[in-house]
Design a binder for this molecule. Structure first.
Ligand code: HEM
Length: 232
């Protein structure tokens, strides 16, 4: 009975972990796509950022869900890792992880921890100033002194972060490589935990996962390197 309870809550945790992962997978796709606009057109990037930053559904519904999803994912990840670690210690005194699991799947906690550190820097760079600007200082989206492009400040601020800052650019790029490693196992694993496991679908999910885990981080790398290199 006690075991069943424990199993039940482990399954619930895995399910919640996978659900938050799928949400984050969708978020990353849209986040990368919108930021990629900054490479091609300052005006379009500004317009879309302004829309995302002012549309009530994004601001007051999607953004709180996203922040909750990020926190839930990290907290559950640490709990799952701790549970796995303690049960391995008891059950398999001579457990050899490398024999039956990929490097990526065995090191999700470490690649995840690097992403968490990155998010600390990233929130300090973009999110906290944005929240302070809007909700503390009560200002709008326009550049106050001088209009460089469509008049919104988003493009200007993104450029400014990478202006001559090689350390920030490298920290971002290294984090995106870890993000790729995390997604390489995480994408497939999230679908499996949701029950999408069959002869027909598993190979497709594997291929999609590989493509996603390469293309999304690569897109982010292009954005960071582009804004650094074009301001040299
Ligand atoms: C070069 C790459 C990236 C750039 C230029 C970038 C840019 C931004 C900007 C400008 C914001 C503020 C949006 C706002 O609230 O107005 C933001 C927020 C955020 N970013 Fe990124 N980002 C990048 C990569 C990433 C990655 C790889 C992740 C996740 C691993 C991430 C996660 C987030 C989250 C969770 C938020 C807060 C939610 C939101 O406001 O949309 N970002 N990012």
């Amino acid at each position: 009975m006690a075991n069943q309870g424990l199993l039940g809550s482990t399954i619930a945790r895995k399910f919640a972990m996978a659900l938050s992962a799928l949400f984050l997978i969708v978020f990353l796709l849209q986040h990368m796509s919108i930021n990629m606009l900054s490479v091609f057109s300052a005006d379009t990037f500004n317009e879309v950022s302004h829309f995302m930053g002012t549309f009530w559904l994004v601001q007051y519904v999607m953004q709180p869900i996203l922040i909750f999803g990020v926190l839930l994912h990290f907290i559950l990840g640490f709990i799952l890792e701790y549970k796995n670690w303690s049960s391995r210690k008891v059950k398999y005194a001579n457990y050899k992880g490398s024999a039956n699991a990929s490097w990526m799947s065995r090191n999700m906690i470490y690649t995840g921890a690097v992403i968490l550190l990155f998010l600390g820097l990233h929130f300090y760079d973009f999110w906290i100033p944005e929240i302070a600007h809007k909700f503390v200082e009560g200002k709008d989206s326009f550049i106050e002194n001088g209009v460089a492009d469509s008049g919104y400040r988003f493009y200007h601020e993104l450029r400014h972060k990478f202006d001559g800052d090689i350390v920030r650019m490298i920290l971002y790029v290294v984090s995106f490589i870890f993000l790729g490693l995390h997604l390489n196992h995480g994408f497939e694993s999230a679908f499996q935990s949701m029950g999408a496991r069959s002869k027909k679908y598993t190979p497709i999910i594997k291929k999609l996962g590989t493509a996603y885990s390469i293309l999304i981080p690569l897109g982010f790398i292009v954005i960071a390197v582009y804004h650094y290199v074009t301001q040299l």
